[in-house]
Ligand binder design. Structure first.
Ligand code: HEM
Length: 664
């Protein structure tokens, strides 16, 4: 293995670490979080440890996710310039980045465990040296929601560290990044987000924030610590710069939303110590964005010959980012102007669904009531932005892309935005009928519009393929579509079984109630039913690469069988004498005098009713595709007959004549 010089001395990592701890201390002193508590003071050690360990946790998490992201999407693992099919894993930066990510991943559960102990000491008012700490800690981990979530965080980060130790390939690095992203969910669920009145906004904005800042800050520090001086520096930095560009936008978007629920007025940004800290974060983010611009305009162009301008600024950025994470850790432990305490005297609806009672559901309310879900709103908006950018790129280079397909995709994303942020979500959280409307639109209508948009084909044409053995979004998506795992779920019969079967699994088990009472459950439900619907529609009418599609006749059989199943499900719900998820719908106590069973009947009718229209649309689409393929085949046969003077027919007639003559 050839060694090449590092871009930076590894000891350089100590700067951001020191910078972050320093920022946590200074920031915490400005909001007074180290001061002795009036009641049940846990002792100085705990008071200082909680914010500093919060910083250490956020920083380590960022390095783990950022490191795996750089490995999975920026670096090439091979020394070969243009590797053929199989890549070798011999590039020095590859070995370094996997070592870096592994180290961060192994440190993460250790830091999480220390944070759990001091957090219990803080909320329980028990000194770290107290003999009562042990038994109380176990109680906290098993019976108190915050303790349970932090315990899950430790379990998930242990899983990340185990995977980190095992994996060594591009695919493995992608799994490392994906699992790190999963392990960040509990972090988003704790802190100020957990008790907040607008739980959805608080949790989802924090989750996007953590992912974006980890890709940005963790990615930069991982890159600086592992890149080689000479090798492919320009293309690597350009790839990181693309990630950083998206991360800036997402950090500001999520930071803004997270701020909305913590302030009564913009003036508090100046009049409160919490506000001033956040202002410092915002200004520092502005400086970072400017530095990014300077790299794009100046330093990247000369990086192979004179890397110093780039490294100088980038090291400064790394320290500033760690500083911001430090400020954020102090912020996360300081009281914001709007208290994030549990809602006083909550209604049964709020206790069960974590959402306030919406106004009486008039038909128009489905268009006027909105509850922003930051993640799903982002999926819809980015889905449109990226699709339109790719179409524009094709058009700019003179390639055509079907406008009806583009319209179908954009319409699909607009409907997805409305269904997941508008009236159907607001009322779907408390009414079974509205929930089924939301479900059927997610599983049946939106996927058809998305599949007709052929997003994978568009991406494969618009995004240039990588040639150095590394993987970008294009390579990863195609790798997933062509993987055994992807092929299994995309297989028409599996897609049909998943599409229909998950109805039973979801509504006749506790999963339904979990999706109604937890935000994570709700998001997983939206993701599952949209993807299941997409896989099914893609198997029937899609043109994107992936599943081996069955003959048209079999597609129609699959379609009608699945729809018959849907109809039976609808009828079963209509005729049921017991309320599904009764421990939820039976206890909501909505002020509108809703009869849960009658509403369930409406829900059953909606399932049946809405189910039919897209079925017919799919059947028509399959029939049209069938006749078009027949036509195409006929034309191909005609063209061949014209080319070879009908050789096939002649051979066939010859064979018949021979048979008639009694020969073979
Ligand atoms: C426009 C810029 C930004 C805004 C408006 C913003 C806003 C916020 C808000 C309101 C919170 C919640 C604090 C709390 O729990 O009370 C937060 C948390 C956080 N922010 Fe930012 N932020 C911004 C940029 C950044 C950047 C650039 C980074 C990192 C490089 C960052 C890292 C974090 C982290 C790690 C947390 C979680 C802290 C914890 O563990 O509780 N933020 N941010």
């Amino acid at each position: 293995m050839t060694t090449t010089l590092r871009l930076l001395n590894p000891a350089g990592i100590s700067w951001p670490i020191i910078g972050g701890v320093f920022a946590t201390i200074i920031a915490g002193l400005t909001t007074g979080i180290y001061a002795e508590a009036l009641l049940a003071d846990p002792g100085a050690a705990t008071r200082w440890a909680v914010p500093i360990l919060t910083y250490a946790r956020d920083f380590t998490a960022a390095l783990a996710l950022g490191g795996f992201l750089i490995a999975a999407t920026v670096y090439s693992p091979t020394m070969l310039e243009r590797p053929r099919k199989k890549v070798t894993y011999d590039s020095p930066e590859w070995a370094r980045i996997m070592r870096f990510s592994r180290t961060a991943a192994v440190l993460w559960p250790i830091v999480e465990s220390a944070l759990l102990i001091v957090t219990y000491s803080q909320v329980g008012g028990v000194e770290l040296t107290s003999p009562a700490l042990g038994p109380g800690l176990w109680q906290f981990m098993t019976a108190i929601e915050l303790g349970q979530i932090m315990t899950w965080s430790i379990i998930l980060t242990i899983l990340v560290s185990i995977v980190a130790v095992i994996v060594s390939t591009l695919g493995g690095a992608a799994w490392g990044a994906a699992l790190s992203a999963v392990a960040m969910v509990p972090i988003a669920l704790t802190g100020h987000a957990s008790g907040a009145a607008s739980h959805t906004l608080a949790v989802s904005s924090m989750y996007i924030h953590l992912l974006a800042m980890s890709a940005w800050a963790g990615g930069l520090i991982a890159f600086l610590m592992t890149a080689s001086r000479q090798r492919r520096l320009t293309s690597y930095v350009q790839r990181y710069s693309t990630i950083a560009g998206w991360a800036v936008g997402l950090t500001v978007y999520s930071g803004f939303l997270a701020s909305l629920i913590r302030f009564n007025s913009i003036g508090e940004l100046v009049t409160t110590s919490y506000g001033r800290l956040l202002l410092a974060k915002i200004l520092a983010t502005g400086v970072l964005a400017l530095a990014g611009l300077m790299h794009r305009r100046r330093t990247i162009a000369v990086i192979e010959t004179t890397p110093r301008p780039f490294t100088r600024i980038a090291v400064g950025e790394g320290i500033l980012m760690a500083g911001i994470i430090g400020i954020a850790a102090a912020l996360g432990n300081s009281a914001p102007p709007v208290p994030q305490d549990p809602v006083p005297d909550p209604s049964p609806t709020f206790l069960l669904s974590q959402n306030p009672v919406p106004p009486y559901p008039e038909t128009i309310s489905y268009l006027t009531q909105w509850r922003l879900e930051p993640i799903l709103a982002l999926v819809a908006v980015l889905g449109i932005v990226q699709y339109v950018r790719w179409v524009a790129r094709l058009r700019r280079r003179g390639d055509a892309w079907s406008s009806p397909r583009a319209l179908s995709w954009v319409l699909g994303m607009i409907v997805f935005f409305w269904i997941t942020n508008g009236g159907p979500t607001v009322y779907g959280a408390v009414l079974f009928s509205a929930h089924m409307f939301m479900h059927m639109m997610l599983a049946m209508v939106i996927p058809i519009l998305m599949v007709l948009g052929a997003p994978v084909s568009l991406m494969a044409r618009a995004v240039p393929a990588r040639t150095d053995g590394s993987r970008g979004g294009r390579e990863i998506l195609l790798a997933v579509a062509h993987s055994r795992y992807g092929a299994f779920w995309a297989h028409p019969i599996i897609a049909a079984m998943n599409f229909a079967g998950s109805l039973i699994l979801f509504y006749f088990t506790g999963l339904f109630a979990v999706s109604l009472t937890t935000h994570v459950g709700h998001l997983l439900m939206v993701a599952h039913f949209t993807l299941a619907g997409y896989m099914f529609a893609n198997a029937l009418i899609g043109i994107d690469p992936g599943p081996k599609r069955p003959p048209y006749a079999l597609r129609l059989v699959l379609l009608f069988a699945t729809m018959a199943f849907h109809a039976f499900f609808g009828i079963a719900v209509i005729s049921s004498t017991s309320v599904l998820a009764n421990e939820f719908f039976g206890w909501l106590g909505l002020p509108w005098g809703v009869d849960a069973l009658a509403d369930q009947e409406v829900g059953g009718a909606v399932t049946w009713g809405i189910g039919e229209f897209p079925t017919v649309a799919l059947a028509i689409a399959v029939a049209i595709a069938w006749s078009m393929s027949e036509d195409k085949q006929a034309k191909q046969i005609d063209r061949r007959a014209d080319r070879d003077d009908d050789a096939e027919l002649k051979a066939y007639n010859e064979m018949l004549a021979a048979r008639a003559r009694g020969g073979k």
